[in-house]
Design a binder for this molecule. Structure first.
Ligand SMILES: NC(=O)c1ccc[n+]([C@@H]2O[C@H](COP(=O)([O-])OP(=O)(O)OC[C@H]3O[C@@H](n4cnc5c(N)ncnc54)[C@H](OP(=O)(O)O)[C@@H]3O)[C@@H](O)[C@H]2O)c1
Length: 338
């Protein structure tokens, strides 16, 4: 290929990402200077944070500037390297963005990953998704044997793993919250949650009381908003709320706020956020613990692959409409036969 297709952010979205916020351009494949690496992108991770990075304000990373390629995590194959530590054929993970070719400058970081693991798995269970579930649950949620754990976004990439890990760690009861009956069925019948609440058709407060009769000890929160507010009313003394994400807030211009936060005082509870980038040096620990659980079928996960860079915007919007189960990735190109 001699052309580098790139998708640039040209306006800030309001709600879902519409076509007029993006410009599809074709540029020559970049040439390299000393210290640079050319990577052909194989697979892109579709993450709610892609939409956060499109907003005006900076978050844990600077906002994507107007005119820049849309930022996204992904995995690619080194085509040419003029930097020590990278060789043609290496698989690397980092933030390639929505484009065919990623030029790694001396300022960009990327990790060489071992061959033999499918790209989709490296971006899901063994990537930021599975590892986020691992550290969020174990470092912040710290479920104790017999405790009740509730997970929102339960049929998504992070939530599906978090709930299963809670069970592995001896939680007495694991309850999911998801947006369709089919997702709830998958979470209970295939993943082994005790119950799952369809927040779109059921009364969440009432169903939480039914499914968590002793209250909620750990809440792994992927969605924020009104569901978090309901959960706050039902936490136990000493409860831990893992603030993993707040997808219900990412496309809103104004937050509904929390009415029930004083419950944290009454229940001497803790609500704590985290960003997985802070755990980069411990990814291997998480992968070493997850791998045997995946191999023996204790932890199951689902990856939906969308084929084609041009479908990345649509894939991102599906995270907000809920039209996927498990982890969503975009395949941009195939790895070379070697
Ligand atoms: N802290 C970190 O470092 C970190 C790292 C990775 C991810 N995260 C966060 O973890 C969360 C899950 O990420 P993921 O990659 O695993 O995504 P995901 O759960 O695979 O996809 C998002 C899901 O959220 C649900 N959803 C969308 N809008 C919603 C709303 N208004 N209310 C309730 N649910 C809604 C949808 O499922 P339904 O059909 O069930 O609605 C959708 O499938 C996100 O908030 C993300 O930002 C945080």
């Amino acid at each position: 290929m001699t052309v580098n297709r790139r998708i640039l952010l040209v306006a800030r979205p309001d709600g879902l990402v519409s076509n007029d916020c993006l410009q599809h351009v074709e540029e020559p494949v970049p040439t390299l200077a000393d210290g640079e690496v050319l990577v052909r992108v194989l697979c892109l991770s579709v993450d709610p944070t892609n939409r956060v990075w499109m907003r005006e304000e900076d978050s844990y990373l600077p906002a994507v500037r107007i005119g820049e390629v849309v930022r996204a995590a992904g995995l690619g194959e080194v085509v040419e390297s003029r930097r020590e530590g990278f060789a043609a054929g290496d698989l690397v993970m980092g933030l390639p963005g929505w484009q065919d070719y990623w030029k790694l400058t001396s300022e960009d970081s990327a990790q060489v990953v071992p061959p033999g693991i499918p790209a989709e798995d490296m971006l899901s269970i063994y990537g930021a998704t599975g590892v986020t579930a691992y550290f969020g649950l174990l470092e912040i949620g710290r479920p104790q044997p017999g405790e009740t754990v509730v997970v929102s976004g339960a049929a998504g990439g992070v939530g599906s793993v978090a709930g299963q890990l809670a069970r592995v760690k001896g939680a007495g009861r694991v309850v999911g919250i998801a947006g369709t009956d089919e997702k709830c069925r998958w979470v209970v019948e295939d993943l082994g949650f005790d119950a799952c609440i369809n927040y779109k058709t059921e009364d969440v407060a009432e169903r939480l009381r039914e499914t968590c009769p002793d209250g909620i000890d750990v809440y792994f929160d992927n969605v924020g908003g009104e569901i978090l507010d309901e959960v706050l009313n039902q936490i136990t003394i000493g409860a831990r709320i893992v603030m993993c994400g707040a997808i219900s807030e990412y496309t809103r211009s104004e937050s509904p706020g929390l009415k029930n936060y004083t419950s944290l005082i009454m229940q001497r509870a803790r609500m704590e956020g985290f960003i997985i980038l802070d755990y980069l040096d411990r990814f291997v620990d998480a992968i070493m613990e997850l791998a045997p659980l995946v191999a023996d079928g204790t932890i199951k996960y689902n990856v939906e692959v969308v084929d084609g860079l041009e479908l990345a915007p649509d894939a991102l919007n599906r995270l907000f409409t809920g039209e996927h189960t498990g982890k969503l990735v975009v395949r941009v190109s195939e790895a070379s036969a070697s």
